[in-house]
Design a protein around this ligand. Structure first.
Ligand code: HEM
Length: 295
């Protein structure tokens, strides 16, 4: 009996810390680079603030880049990889309009100079997303870091996982659910996506004409998207589809009628949720030296 008890205690003390360690290793955390590269977040922010002051229209593509990264194989920087055969995510139709890859490379070079081999490209995209939203006076949230980079980027996976703008509500819900996000995340994150609110102004009464804001003029993050969708004036079918579900419709109406009372707070929560999709942590994946190629 004593022998059994002794064996049990021995196994408990041997393996429980190991199991806990594994669980910890799989978690992202705020300030992951605090010891290994304390200046990481400042370096990325500096590059983004400088870039947006010269090219403000890059704000939208940067945020979209993080979304397109996370929805294909998780937030693992796979959207950044180049391929000699053009069979990578970048070449999938929804990604052809992404821009700003060279700026991500500039941020990565600056990080490699300061702390070689420490900060992942997947984390750069998450940090850039928060910097972009903060720069246009949107909400701020505590960004979790600790993602590692993947080694695979596949065009077919991007085509399958990035829903088209003519998607109906069940396709949208299914796509988000498959990525581990809920219906609220869907309606909240959609609040950024039409070029007709945050990123550019629509000519009043003419939603077919998107007028880019003057370079250098100020862009503001607000809830206008919901006001437009509530009036059935969203840009895409997928925007209008948000009125076809009780929960998403209620959210659209609430934000439209209360000047986006909870949008800012909700947005931060959903961005953190999105940033957790399928992440590689611990010893899985790698820290790329260059974001466009595997080591
Ligand atoms: C819910 C499903 C979604 C669909 C069907 C969708 C579809 C689209 C499409 C077709 C565009 C126009 C792209 C172009 O200019 O060629 C767009 C733009 C954009 N989307 Fe989405 N999107 C979705 C969700 C999201 C989410 C979750 C985010 C971010 C968290 C996002 C961020 C953006 C941004 C920022 C733009 C403007 C990009 C630019 O001006 O370059 N979208 N989206």
């Amino acid at each position: 009996m004593t022998w059994i008890l002794f064996s049990f205690l021995f196994l408990w003390y041997m393996f429980v810390p190991f199991v806990l360690d594994l669980a910890n290793a799989q978690r992202l955390k705020v300030g992951f680079y605090a010891k290994t590269c304390p200046q990481a977040e400042t370096i990325v922010k500096k590059v983004i603030v400088q870039t947006l002051s010269k090219s403000p229209t890059l704000a939208a593509p940067f945020l979209r880049m993080h979304f397109h990264d996370c929805f294909v194989r998780g937030c693992d920087g796979s959207v950044l990889l180049n391929s000699s055969t053009n069979q990578n995510e970048k070449n999938a139709f929804p990604n052809l309009s992404l821009r700003g890859f060279q700026i991500i490379d500039i941020a990565k070079s600056a990080l490699e100079k300061a702390c070689p081999g420490v900060v992942s490209c997947a984390d750069i995209l998450a940090l850039v997303a928060t910097d972009v939203v903060a720069t246009i006076k949107g909400p701020s949230w505590e960004v979790e870091t600790g993602r590692r980079d993947g080694r695979i980027s596949n065009i077919t996976e991007a085509l399958l996982n990035l829903v088209p703008p003519n998607a109906n509500i069940s396709t949208l819900k299914k796509d988000f659910q498959q990525s581990g996000l809920n219906v609220k995340d869907l309606v909240v994150l959609s609040g950024t996506q039409t070029p007709c609110n945050i990123w550019a102004k629509c000519k009043p009464g003419d939603l077919n004409t998107i007028v880019e804001m003057d370079p250098g003029s100020f862009k503001i993050f607000d809830e206008d998207y919901y006001t437009l969708v509530a009036k059935r004036r969203g840009l895409f079918q997928s925007d209008a589809a948000l009125l076809d579900d009780t929960e998403t419709k209620a959210y659209v109406k609430l934000q439209a009628t209360t000047h986006g009372s909870t949008f800012f707070e909700d947005f931060g929560v959903s961005m953190v949720n999105m940033g957790r999709i399928g992440v590689l942590t611990g010893n899985v994946g790698e820290i790329r030296k260059q974001c466009s190629r595997v080591n």
